[in-house]
Design a protein around this ligand. Structure first.
Ligand code: PMP
Length: 443
């Protein structure tokens, strides 16, 4: 390392790990490809190199149009939209890209207040607070809700932003087996029985943290069972709806609506604006008292710059389309389409013999390949055939559970999905996965 201080470890010593470095370099080939378009259903993927006649590689900025199965553009709002885009442009001209201030120091515009009220109404809570980033929403809020003497029980596959928030809180942390309510109950019973280590006092409070749809598994949370257990053991519930809000439920209100759960039974509803709403930022929706407390106590809110006004306007407009408050039925059509697309694609993949994780209605579809070399080869073959997929490998998932992850969008046409199935079939043959081509029915 050129910047290595003699006698000390290099700053980048984490990359020393042989497997990590080797796999990382191999993955670079397909991953981290810049794109030169909006992350819509089709994207322009920049080619890194071209071959000249002497077979020498040259850097290039040419791009290829590819079908995009990687972005979290669940409702298609990442593309220019007849209702959202003109309003976003107007807000950019009126407010500029940044408030250049924290919320409490002049960083709250009329738009911020409107979005807080709108998102609370949308998810069925009385109040909400918004943040400039979804990751910071989890990692910044959890330590404000719970600290030393508290107990966090976290699903074993919760997102890294939750893990970091829990670690920063100073509370005792225990995990339960992914999406297994029976194991959650076992962990709760044991931990409550033993109280706090050394003092054997009761915990000050207990917070159970789960996700609506798990981003690497595509599974829906077993929320009704989990809530029943939390009520029985007097634990608070924290639900991260990053991948479910806007994406599932008849009117897009997430897993509570889909699974028939009353939002009043979830204490903290968290979500991000980076998926279904095609924007940026995150929110916490809860009771008025909790939100008031968070606004006074959360460092990320007090010291961080508020959400970019055009990003706020994008979410407001997208929610209005979803609710039909734009005067059209486009929102309802988008919601019906994402559900139809997800269920069609999942069932076709299964018929073809792929091992696909996750539940019906979920737009997140991991295809298990287990072997990182196969994941890289599969992705490369897809890209060669103009289909972009996401490689999910170490450290995002365990090395031996490497997979390709598909995200379905309402903006994919049936033709797009049929093309993807054809390309997958060829890529599967190439990497040695047994897979039969089933002719999907055109509708
Ligand atoms: N929670 C979950 C479950 C996520 O998957 C993500 C990121 N995909 C986040 C939080 C962080 O959100 P953001 O990317 O909007 O910062």
């Amino acid at each position: 390392y050129p910047c290595h201080v003699q006698g000390y470890e290099p700053l980048c010593s984490g990359m020393e790990d042989f497997y990590e470095r080797r796999l990382y370099l191999r993955a670079q080939d397909c991953a981290n490809r810049p794109i030169s378009s909006a992350p819509d259903s089709w994207i322009d993927v920049v080619e890194r190199y071209t071959n000249d006649n002497n077979k020498t590689l040259h850097r290039t900025t040419n791009s290829t149009r590819c079908l995009n199965l990687g972005s979290y553009n669940y409702l298609g709002f990442a593309a220019a939209d007849e209702y959202c885009t003109p309003r976003v442009i107007e807000s950019l001209q009126k407010y500029s890209p940044s408030t250049c201030s924290a919320c409490v120091d002049g960083g709250t515009t009329k738009l911020h207040t409107e979005l807080e009220e709108l998102i609370a109404r949308f998810v069925g809570k009385t109040a909400a607070i918004i943040f400039g980033m979804g990751y910071v929403t989890n990692s910044g809020i959890i330590p404000v809700l719970i600290g030393q003497g508290g107990l966090i029980i976290s699903d074993s596959l919760n997102h890294n932003s939750i893990v970091n928030g829990a670690r920063a809180s100073g509370a005792a942390i225990h995990v339960f087996q992914h999406n297994k309510p029976a194991h959650l109950e076992e962990v709760l019973r044991k931990r409550i029985a033993e109280g706090q280590p050394r003092t054997h006092r009761r915990w000050k409070k207990i917070l159970v943290i789960v996700e609506g749809i798990y981003s690497m598994e595509g599974e829906l949370c077993k929320l009704p069972e989990i809530i029943a257990i939390c009520k029985k053991y007097k634990a608070y519930t924290y639900l991260d709806e990053a991948h479910s809000i806007g994406a599932v439920g008849k009117t897009g209100r997430g897993v509570c609506e889909l699974l028939g759960v009353d939002p009043a039974d979830v204490d903290i509803m968290m979500g991000t604006f980076t998926k279904s709403f095609g924007s940026f930022g995150g929110y916490i929706a809860a009771s008025k008292e909790i939100i008031q407390y968070l606004k006074h106590a959360c460092p990320a809110h007090l010291y961080g710059t508020s959400m970019s006004p055009p990003a706020v306007q994008q979410v407001i407009s997208a929610i209005k389309v979803i609710l039909g408050e734009d005067g059209s039925n486009r929102g309802a059509l988008k919601l019906a389409k994402i559900c139809e697309n997800s269920n069609f694609f999942r069932s076709e993949l299964k018929k073809m013999g792929f091992e696909v994780l996750g539940d019906n209605d979920s737009p997140v579809m991991p295809i298990m390949l287990y072997n990182i070399e196969k994941v890289a080869a599969f992705s490369r073959e897809c890209l060669r055939n103009k289909v972009a997929v996401v490689m999910a490998a170490f450290p995002v998932v365990p090395l031996l559970l490497s997979r390709v992850r598909i995200c379905i969008s309402a903006s994919h046409s049936r033709e797009d999905l049929v093309k993807a199935l054809e390309v997958f079939s060829e890529a599967a043959n190439l990497v040695g996965i047994k897979c039969s081509r089933v002719e999907p029915q055109q509708t």
